[in-house]
Design a protein around this ligand. Sequence first.
Ligand code: ZN
Ligand code: ZN
Length: 643
Amino acid sequence: MVFPLWNPKPEKIYYLRGLLLHHCPRLATTAAFQKQSNICNIYPENVRSLCEEGRLNEALRILCDFDHALDCSTYVSLLQGCINNRALPQGKLVHAHIIQMGFGADKFLFNRLVGFYVKCVSLEDARKVFDKMPERDYFSWNAMIAAYTRQGIAREALELFHLMPGEGIQPNQFTFSSILPACSDLASLERIHEKIIKSGIELDMVVESALVDMYAKFGCIESARNLFDKMSHRDDVSWMVMIAGYVQNGWAEEALKLYQVMRLTGLKLNSNTFASILPACAYLGTLEQGIEIHEEIIRSGVESDVYVGSALVDMYAKCGSIKKAREVFDKMPRQDVVSWTAMIAGYAVHGCAEEALILFQEMKDSGVRPNHVTLLCVLSACCHAGLVDEGYKHFNNMRGYYRITPRMEHYRCMVDLLGRAGQLEEAQDFINRMPIEPDAAIWRCLLAACRYHNNIDLGEHVAAQALKLDSQYDTPYVLLSNMYAEAGRWDDLEKVRKLMKDRGIKKTPGRSWIELNKHVHVFYGGDRSHPQTEQIYAKLETLAKQMRAAGHVPHRQFALADVEEEQKEQILCHHSEKLAIAFGLLNTPPGTTILVIKNLRVCGDCHSAIKFTSDISAREIILRDTNRYHHFKNGQCSCGDYW
Ligand code: ZN
Ligand code: ZN
């Protein structure tokens, strides 16, 4: 490239020299600088050196005084300086200089400009430069597509991606790895996957990991695992996306298995690995494995990582160990909104509303702004404790004070709060006044409250609303049948049964599990497949006798309606959580706390029976159902029979 000869006025030279002497004595005193004829050779070097030294503003001042073109690498240094400082206006100045000096057709510089605007997250400017480029190459296309994907502007990313071949540019590894996260559904993912295969390029780990990640995101966990297994090389990211994929799809046991395999590969476990595996322990309630991972975290020296800390808080809280969760939380060197929220959520599900609300206040006092999840946890804390006024206060503060627009889940939580407190009419009014269309889940929430408070008339109306929006979900049918059964309305019950049968709806089978020696034992209602079945049922028999002696009367209405009374009692006896608890009592030393997790809400009979069991066996029993944690101790439950 030929540079126009620079012929500055003497005062400019003087100014420049002064500036450089002041800021950069080494350069200003070089012999070359003294000679005016050589000045344009040394000049760019000076600017570059200033940029390298991080003295961007001085470099820019020289640029402003300089009305000749600089060489490309100097512009690049200037732009890099602007990127390092995220200095958008200053970068625009460099851009203007480039255009003014007639570099308007330089592909290399234009690519750098696109890169600069992308890094400064000014995508509109980046796109303007991109559109004006007379000739575009891989770099510009890839930079633009990746930027759109990163900013979540998937539509634009995909649009550009499909335009590429038209300009004779074939996508490469980088393009594929940046376009994959832009897929919004399985169909578009499969289309791009097909393109990748057709392109015939040899896939690298980044693209393969992105594919695994996306298939898992769309719930195709088997396809994801297939791709993962076929990878010839895997790094920590590949393992992490597969593990996280399992967790997100509810395959927590598989996630834990894979984590154990990963440990054997000798790959270094990092904070991302831990942050993705801990939710598996949280989901399963496998405290023993969670503790083991916590030890591994300490060994790896990443316990001060805020993501890992938050995941640990969440894990301990969900594994029933709220004290330990708080211990980890207090030890964290820094807490962000996720950590505060995890701790508040922990208190909420354990029914410790007071602690949750105190912590929420502390969070605000410490200057951390709550987000919509935090507010949801606060509302849910109020809900579990029946604090209607407190709940209303926070809900009403959402828009104005917290600047958070309530979402469907916040409305649902409020309906739950009102419903549980027995304010059924108020809850119905609340739904009718919602500024967004209520979903089926909101009506189901109210239906559960109608069922709890035995309001069959409202229940029928609410069930109809719920079924109008979603007729495939089993809960409304089940709740309605229970209500009819309790009221002895067998004809109506039969109608619901028939409707369920006609629509092909099956009741979700009850399932409970318990961890013993790092192994998860799963039980279904009436399950007889466990090797210890004989002992478990014998234990249940003994317990039932002891309970009856202590005054427990089985709540028969929680069993199916059309079986004999005696049989009903049998069915109740064999609900999955009872089997899991009996198994826990048989296999753990006296005094050990038992944690059982159930996939549905605990029924009234089991709840009452577990209260008796905790007393008879002198054990603390923690039951996590879909809704909350029940801490049973000395014949009482922490929920105060309100769930
Ligand atoms: Zn039950
Ligand atoms: Zn309870």
